[in-house]
Ligand binder design. Sequence first.
Ligand SMILES: NC(=O)c1ccc[n+]([C@@H]2O[C@H](COP(=O)([O-])OP(=O)(O)OC[C@H]3O[C@@H](n4cnc5c(N)ncnc54)[C@H](OP(=O)(O)O)[C@@H]3O)[C@@H](O)[C@H]2O)c1
Length: 247
Amino acid sequence: MKTVLITGCSSGYGLETARYFLAQGWQVIATMRTLQEGLFPPSKNLRILALDVTRPDSILAVLDTAGPIDVLVNNAGIGLFGAFEATPMSTIRDLFETNTFGVMAMCQAVIPQFRERQAGIIINVTSSATLAPFPLVAPYTASKMAIEGFTASLELELKTFNVQVKLVEPGYGPTTRFTANGQQRMQGLIPAAYELFAHSVFAGFANILAVTREIDVAETVWRAASDTSNQLRFPAGADALALMQLA
Ligand SMILES: NC(=O)c1ccc[n+]([C@@H]2O[C@H](COP(=O)([O-])OP(=O)(O)OC[C@H]3O[C@@H](n4cnc5c(N)ncnc54)[C@H](OP(=O)(O)O)[C@@H]3O)[C@@H](O)[C@H]2O)c1
């Protein structure tokens, strides 16, 4: 039976992905910053472990406890919406700590066991913001674009060891906790000069027809984990698929 370790399983895409792999009969290590009860049906195939991807001690501890894994899903991420000129560099660095360096640190931690076993899959969850530019998300897009380039290069480097590296690019998911989780970080990031423009961008969100559901991401991560071709990019959700076709 195969084992998947998924980051950021307390809500949204990560939670649904963990539930999906459990339903397929996999051993699932669902990790989250703060352990929570009642998110999953009882299962002997499930382990819930604490993990903050910005803390090297936390990463070491979780991999020590987890034992061998077959698939790593780097899903944990945070959002940031605001005018770039008003965004403190400290906030941008925090964003990169999770979305970019957290992903790299997780990859670095699992690669030795994958390389030694000549097997393993790393799936990095980025965003449809990498498929087409959106306004007022410049640092967020940069943090995810960095992982797109990183993954494409790493894929070539690890292929020699039979280790696969893939990207899942979800679209806009209004039903996750993504926006609510970022509220505090985004306070004051729309100064007066940007208000009118930001208002028109927000109004556009109300007219969006195609969005991404949690199950779209779960199914896509599953597809990426089961893929035996060399496909690198897996857009997830109707809006992401539409953007991919335009790109
Ligand atoms: N929803 C969207 O519109 C959208 C669109 C494209 C891509 N994405 C990407 O999809 C992924 C999942 O987002 P979501 O929409 O499911 O949002 P979500 O509901 O906010 O889930 C994000 C998860 O990441 C965790 N997390 C945040 N910082 C962490 C850290 N330092 N260490 C470990 N876990 C951490 C959160 O844990 P806590 O509960 O502890 O905060 C939460 O479990 C993210 O990478 C996001 O960038 C989302």
